[in-house]
Ligand binder design. Structure first.
Ligand SMILES: NC(=O)c1ccc[n+]([C@@H]2O[C@H](COP(=O)([O-])OP(=O)(O)OC[C@H]3O[C@@H](n4cnc5c(N)ncnc54)[C@H](OP(=O)(O)O)[C@@H]3O)[C@@H](O)[C@H]2O)c1
Length: 266
């Protein structure tokens, strides 16, 4: 059970604290079961006050852990795994790396081959428990996959994918947040030009985007099916949409996704 697992987050920065926040809100999860590390722990004081163990020593942090989450930058993964190796028991801890672009193969250059390891790619909506997290693993059995899914479900929604899609998941899910935010900014700018102040335009756009996403999720719909419902023949919506397409809207989005993917692949 995830609520009774001892979890250590090594390198508790932006993403690590989002995961910590999700876990601490999970029913039955005890703060004592969570250990967070950083070199400079002043930003983790509030967690310490809640009963979470906050440390600078990564080796001590993993010793009693069932699950070790690496929240450090990609270039820190290999050196930290090397440091941790003497304190890791391949039959005990499950290792999860959040690092972009670090393959399981690279991790196993350090880890004992019997270790159960995962990669997980959440996004910054983890902060409000609305992340989409894609996970893949090596050596995990069905129960361990279920456990790790439950962990990431505490910060949103989790899906298992093949490792070969992990970079694509980074683009669509993690970079994707920025694409949507840029789209929202453009819509707000349009709203200002047609008469709203920026605060009101932002409120309208935020709720419109939230409503559109919820509609797709709750009704399990494809966007085009809903678009057909709001495009009255000869009406203002289809005129606006077609003008956006003439200006290359869908093409720009697809090309942006591919450009990010090509960059990450390099
Ligand atoms: N942000 C995203 O949207 C996103 C999405 C998916 C995946 N990722 C991946 O998630 C990872 C973390 O991203 P982030 O945005 O959370 O980065 P971040 O805020 O920079 O967090 C990394 C943390 O690691 C700590 N750290 C560095 N060296 C350490 C060491 N030797 N021991 C312990 N802690 C150490 C740093 O704190 P100190 O300097 O105090 O030690 C820092 O707080 C990255 O690998 C990234 O690729 C990020």
């Amino acid at each position: 059970m995830i609520s009774t697992s001892k979890i250590a987050i090594i390198g508790c920065g932006n993403l690590g604290t989002s995961i910590a926040n999700g876990l601490l809100q999970m029913q039955g999860f005890q703060p004592e079961n969570l250990t967070l590390t950083k070199r400079n722990i002043s930003s983790l004081e509030a967690y310490q006050k809640q009963g979470v163990q906050v440390l600078t020593d990564n080796q001590v942090a993993v010793q009693n852990a069932d699950i070790v989450i690496l929240g450090v930058k990609p270039y820190n993964v290999t050196p930290i795994l090397k440091d941790l190796k003497p304190s890791l028991d391949p039959n005990k801890q499950l290792i999860i790396s959040l690092a972009t672009g670090i393959s399981l193969e690279e991790m196993y250059q350090v880890l004992d081959p019997k270790t159960v390891a995962f990669r997980a790619m959440p996004n910054i909506a983890a902060d409000i428990q609305e992340s989409i997290t894609c996970i893949c693993d090596q050596n995990a059995n069905a129960e361990q996959v279920k456990l790790i899914k439950k962990l990431f479900d505490s910060i949103g929604f989790t899906i298992s994918i093949d490792e070969s899609l992990m970079e694509a998941a980074t683009v669509l899910g993690a970079c994707g947040i920025a694409y949507v935010l840029r789209f929202m900014r453009a819509m707000i700018q349009g709203g200002i030009q047609i008469g709203f102040d920026s605060v009101t335009a932002s409120k309208i756009v935020n709720q419109t985007v939230k409503g559109a996403a919820e509609l797709m999720i709750q009704k399990n719909m494809h966007p085009e099916a809903a678009i057909d419902k709001v495009t009255t023949p000869k009406g203002c919506t289809i005129v606006g949409l077609n003008e956006m397409e003439h200006q290359g809207f869908s093409s720009a989005m697809v090309r942006g996704v591919i450009a990010s993917y090509e960059k990450i692949e390099k």
